[in-house]
Design a protein around this ligand. Structure first.
Ligand code: ATP
Length: 765
């Protein structure tokens, strides 16, 4: 026994010394990289100073040169400052071979080793070693010290698998903090080989980086996965952006992570093209807060706007929730008709004048109610937005007055007749009364004013006749009377904006800045004048359309929301990620149709993600029981790991709040990271009170708020209550059950009909 223990200790220490040696090897490389980076920073700073000096000379040549230098140096400094932390994370050791073919996405496809690279006795030499990091760094001879993770040459780091290893023998993830290498984790892609590097056998350390990453405690912000992107995810990240990249995958398959990394990849691939901006649409502000740190960690921020679906309209912010039946009405494409009628009908509100009186050519002219109604009807026959039809209405009024004046037949000569008409128009239009009439009779409408008018049940009833039933009219009108907007109201505001239009206003002239002439200057600005974040926010405010639109949790967009998002990417390429089984929208077919309209006829490339990286198998298995009820016949993604900890079932004895609090406190002891307590939407407020004083590692969430988020452990409170809350309740419950990375507790009350073991009816076999 003692001998065996001694032997094990010896093996361990040999292993440790190999690990230490390998860490030293990587430390030496990292030191070289840092020395090189410092040189580059000095160079960039010198260039900035030098450029500033030349700028004072002021000759046109010096100015142009200054611009170019400032631009290059600024970009460099910006990147270096952003990414100085922890940017070297990977390494691949390759057999000799050709560089291989580039696939349609520009990345190298399976690169086969050269003939003879593997000897008949299965031994081989490592011919090439590449280090992968957040940005590329070249040494003084332009040889790569670090390859940017998005470069085609880095693709084998992500694509190589033991089934299809290509030239990769060993894939290593390097963990470092600042300038210190802390550890390495290796995966052997060709375990059958005995490979040597510089005459020594290639050592292998650890159990692979993926498992290490997945087991880590969660915080309230998402981490990037750049060191452990898996092959099926890499295919999506690097997919060409020619049209629509459409990705489906179950909970935890990395859809959100992939979407964020794809944004960074696209910018790297074609910065100029995506200077038009990338919009990432997220379902909730909570998910925006959770994910928005990922892009800066990948060195990208300025061109990407991550917005919650309830924050897409400038000046409005969703803070309220609608009941399922109100949401269903407001989100449905039936609302289109209602909104169009409301936009036109709103012209009649606020008592528009019933007659128009003017004096022209010395005569009193008048149009009465009937004639005005006729003019309005004709004007509204146009297809332009209501606010933009005002000039047409004005013209029709003048026509009617001209007719009334009897001056039409006065001249036979067309030129004279036209002249007379034009002086008539001028005469009328210059009258204050006419202008005042027009303002009152065809006022400029704002989306907010029309939506407020829809809060009046009588008005809404008129505009929604034969579209919404009386119950829906009542409920929708009431919901619009509340203080604040819901996420569905935001889509209505956007639709109203489109139906109303914004009349052209004289543009303010921008100050001329010589630097504006510089192409790509946008990259430099953040360094000198505003932070990346301020810039992203400014661009998001100013921008109406984007070059690429990424929709996360796409299964949840209602038809009206698809229209809103579609307007932001009319000329864009798209990445759409979602999971129909998690849809909280009651009519997926209607939403799919609206999605197809938003995406138009663009060709789609479909991808599927099949591996669940979030939930351990024990939790995934329980969730799959609800999946079978929610979407019979659909497959659960395969969980990659198992913890041996089965979900726990607790039954409420006395007060629900006390049981939930006790279970949350228990989980806080068990895990290092976060605990999420998911309740039916109507219990959100009380659930927050239940957890009072337990600290900020635990949060209470309504079922719809849990979308996309994850916690070390979750407490799901009353599955039946969550499932019964809406027509899509079972799918919402499926979302709730798939949020935990380590532990899950399900709390049941009587209505859950728990069995003797506490398992609620919905989760039994
Ligand atoms: N290749 C990977 N390496 C390390 N972690 C990963 C990898 N892929 C995904 N993950 C992790 O798995 C978790 C789930 O990822 P993500 O939230 O992107 O999944 P999702 O498909 O969007 O899930 P849902 O549909 O439930 O919202 C995250 O913690 C993510 O960081």
């Amino acid at each position: 026994m003692a001998a065996q223990a001694q032997q094990e200790t010896a093996v361990e220490s040999v292993h440790d010394s190999v690990r230490d040696r390998e860490i030293r090897v990587e430390q030496e490389h990292l030191d070289r990289v840092y020395r090189r980076l410092e040189e580059k920073i000095h160079e960039a700073e010198f260039l900035m100073r030098d450029a500033a000096r030349r700028g004072q000379v002021g000759t046109p040549g010096a100015l142009a040169e200054r611009d170019a230098q400032v631009f290059r140096a600024g970009v460099h400094l910006n990147r270096l400052n952003n990414e100085f932390e922890d940017f070297l994370f990977g390494r691949i050791d390759l057999l000799s071979g050709k560089d291989g073919k580039k696939g349609p996405d520009g990345a190298y496809t399976a690169v086969e080793p050269a003939e003879g690279a593997v000897r008949p006795d299965n031994t081989a030499d490592i011919a090439e070693t590449l280090h992968i990091g957040r940005i590329g760094v070249l040494d003084e001879d332009y040889a790569p010290l670090v390859i940017d993770w998005r470069a085609p040459a880095a693709a084998p780091f992500y694509r190589s698998t033991p089934v299809d290893p290509g030239r990769v023998v060993r894939r290593r993830v390097i963990r470092s903090k600042g300038r210190r290498v802390l550890g390495v984790e290796d995966d052997l892609m060709r375990p059958e080989l005995t490979a040597s590097l510089d005459g020594r056998e290639l050592p292998v350390i650890g159990d692979g980086a993926l498992m290490a990453a997945l087991g880590q405690a969660r915080t309230h912000t998402m981490r990037d996965i750049v060191a452990s992107i898996q092959a099926e995810q890499d295919l999506v990240i690097r997919a060409p952006a020619a049209s629509v990249t459409y990705v489906e995958g179950g909970p935890g398959t990395g859809k959100t992570a992939v979407a964020l990394h794809r944004a960074a990849y696209l910018l790297y691939q074609d910065r100029r093209r995506y200077a038009g901006g990338i919009l990432i649409v997220s379902p909730t502000p909570l998910l925006v807060a959770y994910t928005e740190g990922v892009l800066p960690s990948l060195g990208e921020e300025g061109q990407v706007a991550i917005r919650a679906i309830g924050s897409l309209v400038e000046g409005a912010e969703a803070t309220l929730y609608d009941s399922p039946s109100v949401a269903r009405a407001k989100g449905s494409s039936r609302m289109l008709k209602v909104v169009r009628k409301a936009a036109r009908g709103a012209l009649e509100l606020n008592d528009p004048p019933a007659r128009l009186r003017v004096v022209a050519f010395g005569r009193r002219l008048e149009l009465g109610a009937e004639e005005l109604a006729e003019v309005r009807r004709t004007a509204l026959g146009g297809t332009a937005p209501v606010n933009l039809l005002r000039p047409r209405a004005r013209k029709l009024l003048l026509d009617a007055l001209w007719e009334r004046s009897g001056a039409a037949g006065r001249h036979a000569d067309p030129e004279l007749a036209a002249e007379l008409r034009s002086s008539f128009d001028e005469d009328v239009a210059s009258e204050d009364d006419f202008a005042a009439f027009l303002d009152a009779w065809w006022p400029e409408l704002t989306p907010a004013a029309v939506l407020d008018a829809m809060a009046d049940e009588k008005h809404l009833g008129r505009w929604a006749r034969r579209v919404l039933n009386p119950g829906e009219v009542r409920r929708v009108a009431r919901s619009l009377q509340r203080d604040g907007r819901s996420v569905h109201d935001i889509a209505l505001l956007d639709e109203l904006q489109a139906v109303l239009g914004v009349p052209a206003r004289p543009r303010r002239k921008r100050e001329l800045d010589p630097l504006d002439q510089l192409t790509g200057l946008e990259e430099l600005m953040p360094v000198r004048e505003e932070s990346q974040r301020e810039r992203a926010e400014r661009l998001a405010r100013e921008r109406v359309e984007y070059a690429h639109v990424i929709v996360d949790e796409a299964q949840d967009l209602t038809p009206m929301q698809w229209r809103m998002v579609g307007r932001r990417g009319r000329h864009a390429t798209w990445t759409v990620v979602g999971d129909p089984a998690q849809s909280s929208w009651s009519d997926p077919d209607e939403a799919a149709q609206a999605r197809d309209e938003a995406l138009g006829t663009r060709p789609r490339r479909r991808f599927e993600l099949t591996v669940n990286y979030r939930n351990p198998a024990e939790i995934a298995e329980l969730a799959s029981k609800v999946l079978a009820l929610a979407m019979p016949g659909s497959r659960s993604p395969r969980a990659v790991r198992s913890t041996g900890v089965r979900p726990r079932f607790a039954v409420v004895r006395d007060a629900l709040g006390e049981t939930v609090r006790a279970e949350a406190a228990r989980l806080l002891e068990q895990v290092d990271g976060t605990v999420g307590v998911v309740v039916a939407m109507r219990r959100r407020e009380e659930a927050r009170r239940w957890l009072d004083g337990l600290g900020d590692r635990v949060v209470a969430l309504g079922s719809l708020e849990a979308k996309g988020l994850e916690y070390d452990a979750t407490v799901v409170v009353s599955p039946a209550e969550i499932a019964d809350e809406s027509p899509a309740g079972l799918r919402v419950l499926y979302v709730a059950l798939t949020r935990a990375t380590q532990q899950l507790t399900v709390v049941s009350q009587e209505r859950d009909e728990p069995d003797a073991a506490g398992v609620p009816d919905l989760l039994r076999d």
